[in-house]
Design a protein around this ligand. Structure first.
Ligand code: PLP
Length: 395
């Protein structure tokens, strides 16, 4: 790899294993580093960059909102927040939904867990069922709900409200619900950080039925998979399942920090029970409105579905069988599970050398989360780079 001029970053806390590149400019799916090399950005802000870099409608919306009014606080209503809440409740299949705005996925899940707790205490239910391998964020309650022991370990003991079951295991789910003390089942319909694992439609329908039979809520974390990433406004729509509570973030803001909790009107905080200074500010709400409008008007959900299928089909067809264990995903959330002993990190490095920025989802899975605007030619280029990278690391 050519030597790169890395910026002085010693004062930044080492919470991330960083790629050896400093990105300085982006346009659409393309980004450039500080020595002028171009890359295809298939990380896309870890799934947040739904419209790509510097999309003109997104930039204009932010510019207009910032020039119109500053942060007003949530002590008053602003037009962008009200319009966004209206738009979200009309798009998401939560019956008679109400929206709480925050600034990230973890915050949305933190709010959801607090809301489940309140609802559960009122109904004599204190347990929450979550999935092994799940990821719900790094704040304390979201981390306690995360089914990855290694991520929780340095901080144990955490909240003991969560009961973990293996994803896809009907008997384990039934066993966990049988005690009638469960307030909610919390799950990602497509496990993201846990290796890009779509849950089967049959399992998701069984979870809905189990919740109905046992009087528990179904709470879905759509932070990574939702807002169009999997080709529908919610990834659980694929299974025809209607949740009681949903959390969204990432793609919603197109790169600006925003998250939201959407809950049935009868499952709610009262005034003063939850809050956020920045949540739902005019600028991120205006950016999100531009994102949702552009997805709709430019038919980007169709592009997400087509481009995702093209990517997975291309890699399946061209990659030597010995280099990959599995290619899976939905829409533009794709995971490549590498052959035993290879490891995802080396493939990510090999892809970077070929001008593709990618990420990992667990030790053995390379993840692609490009913008929804990605073109067929860009997908072809990444298929070829991936095949070449896999051949190199397997050699
Ligand atoms: N939930 C899921 C499913 C996620 O994938 C993530 C982040 O990757 C989070 C929650 C946490 O979101 P954030 O990083 O915005 O706090």
């Amino acid at each position: 790899m050519t030597a790169r001029a890395i910026v002085h970053d010693a004062p930044i806390m080492r919470t991330y294993a960083r790629l050896p590149v400093t990105l300085v400019r982006g346009e659409g799916v393309r980004v450039w580093d500080d020595v002028g090399a171009m890359y295809l950005d298939f990380v896309g802000g870890l799934g947040a960059l739904s419209l790509g870099h510097a999309h003109p409608r997104w930039v204009d919306a932010i510019d207009r909102a910032a020039r119109t009014i500053g942060l007003t606080s949530n002590l008053v209503t602003t037009r962008p927040q009200a319009e966004l809440a209206e738009r979200i409740t009309s798009l998401l299949p939560v019956p008679d939904g109400r929206v709480f705005f925050c600034n990230s996925g973890a915050e949305a899940n933190e709010a959801a867990i607090k809301l489940i707790r309140k609802w559960g205490l009122a109904h004599g239910r204190t347990a929450i069922v979550a999935l092994e391998g799940s990821f719900h964020g790094r704040t304390v309650a979201a981390l306690a709900a995360t089914g990855q022991p290694a991520k929780r370990a340095p901080f144990e003991p955490l909240l003991d409200w969560f009961r973990f079951v293996p994803p896809g295991d009907h008997d384990a789910l039934e066993g966990a619900l049988r005690t009638n003390d469960v307030a909610a089942v919390l799950l990602e319909p497509v496990l993201g950080e846990g290796g890009v694992v779509p849950l089967s439609d049959e399992y998701l329908r069984a979870v809905r039925k189990g919740c109905d039979d046992r009087g528990a809520l179904l709470v879905v974390d759509e932070v990574q998979a939702g807002c169009g990433r999997c080709g529908d406004w919610l990834s659980i729509t694929h299974a025809g399942v209607v949740p009681d509570v949903v959390t969204i973030a990432k793609a919603l803001g197109g790169g600006l920090p925003i998250g939201a909790l959407v809950a049935r009107a009868d499952i709610s905080f009262a005034a003063g029970e939850h809050a956020s200074t920045f949540g739902g500010g005019p600028v991120p709400c205006a950016a999100s409105l531009a994102v949702l409008q552009t997805i709709d008007e430019d038919d980007l959900l169709a592009n997400v579905r087509a481009a995702g299928s093209q990517l997975r089909a291309g890699i399946r067809a061209k990659a030597p069988e010995a280099t990959l264990r599995d290619v899976r995903g939905r829409g533009l959330l794709t995971g490549l599970e590498t052959a035993p002993g290879v490891g995802a990190d080396v493939v990510v490095s090999a892809l970077l050398r070929r001008g593709v920025v990618s990420s990992t989802a667990g030790p053995d899975t390379v993840r692609f989360t490009p913008p929804f605007t990605v073109t067929s030619d860009e997908i072809d280029a990444v298929v070829d780079a991936t095949v070449s990278a896999l051949i190199e690391v397997a050699a």
